[in-house]
Write a protein that binds this ligand. Structure first.
Ligand SMILES: [Zn+2]
Length: 349
């Protein structure tokens, strides 16, 4: 059995517990690049009545956020109370990121009056506001209204992949690339900027297909995005991806694949980042266990400098194993966790 290092970064998934309706789900500070400078950023995750797409359809195959960060009884006042509590952690941060388990501009999740109040508070602090929404909750009017209150606004769109087949069959995303494009144009027309989230290695793709899909998606999203964040899939509880993972039919991406995507991406003028959740663990992006911390540090270094040379510094014997996986998977009947299968690891718990 390979020895696994402990989680190199605390997973927001792991932190999620059922909380009082007036407690934010999670609040933390981190560093990010803003206009070429390292700045501090406050991230707030609010509990809401839940993502409308999840309620309607069961949600996306990899997303477990609604299991904990939603509660149908939560009211607008509760959400504002959560934000007030989170705001106690504000300490001259330059960026404030506000997430829900769905969409900040979905009126079934956050009433318009509460949305306006949160935007106003962030505007008064002088920080840049970032929130995430699915395209169907973005209109010219809603964007103009948001920018009117908080002009320094970045809207995150979880595109995941620019390939409609992958969006439909692998992710169950419920929208198409054209929907993303329309929303991105509405955000830009209102004077805000776009941050695009992409997934690395959605289910049913081989490692190599995952890399190629991320590269293709980055080049398409670069046209609209000030920031592109590549999120390697992590195995969240009670999701389709978890079922596959337990059946050895899914392996989260190698950290080598993350580095490969960052190294080769045609990102245009966009800032390219990768957000690693659960890195180094079986459920998150991982390598062999002994080089994971070094590769994560290299990716973090790239995130804060955009210097691709940082990614070239790491090496490990498992890189050959990763390369073998890239070529061997082409001949497999289905993608799976061949790494775990051939090392005779224990079935996942
Ligand atoms: Zn290694």
């Amino acid at each position: 059995m390979q020895k696994k290092i402990k989680l190199v970064r605390l997973s927001p998934i792991g932190e999620m517990k059922t909380k009082s309706p007036i407690e934010p789900q999670s609040v933390w500070s981190e560093e990010e690049l803003l206009d070429g400078k390292r700045v501090s950023c406050l991230t707030v995750i609010l509990s809401t009545p839940g993502c409308s797409w999840w309620k309607q359809s069961g949600g996306c195959n990899m997303c477990g956020y609604n299991q904990k960060a939603s509660d149908r009884s939560i009211t607008g006042e509760d959400i504002l109370a959560q934000f007030d509590k989170a705001w106690k952690s504000y300490d001259n941060h330059s960026i404030i990121k506000v997430y829900t388990s769905g969409s900040f501009t979905d009126v079934n999740e956050i009433p318009i009056a509460i949305r306006k109040e949160i935007l106003k508070r962030v505007k008064d602090s002088g920080a840049r506001m970032l929130f995430e929404s699915r395209p169907e909750h973005i209109t010219q009017e809603s964007m103009q209204e948001c920018v009117g209150i908080c002009p320094d606004l970045q809207v995150a769109l979880g595109l995941e992949s620019a390939n409609d087949r992958i969006l439909e069959k692998s992710i169950h995303k419920g929208f198409t690339y054209d929907d993303y494009e329309r929303a991105a144009k509405a955000v830009l027309a209102a004077g805000a900027t776009v941050r695009t989230y992409l997934l690395l290695k959605p289910p049913f793709l081989t490692e190599e297909e995952g890399i190629n899909d991320a590269l293709d998606s980055i080049s398409k999203a670069a046209k609209y995005s000030r920031v592109i964040t590549v999120n390697p899939v992590n195995v969240q509880r009670r999701t389709t991806v978890e079922k596959m993972w337990k059946a050895w039919a899914y392996r989260p991406p190698w950290l080598w694949s993350v580095a490969e995507v960052l190294r080769r991406a045609d990102k245009g003028d966009s800032l390219l980042l990768s957000s690693l959740v659960g890195a180094g663990s079986d459920r998150g992006p991982h390598n062999c266990g002994s080089c994971d911390a070094d590769v994560v540090a290299a990716i973090d270094g790239f995130n804060l400098t955009q210097d691709r040379k940082r990614l070239d510094k790491c090496d490990c014997g498992c890189k050959d194993k990763w390369k073998e996986a890239l070529s061997a998977e082409k001949f497999a009947i289905a993608p799976g966790d061949h790494d775990r299968f051939f090392s005779r690891g224990q079935p996942a718990r």
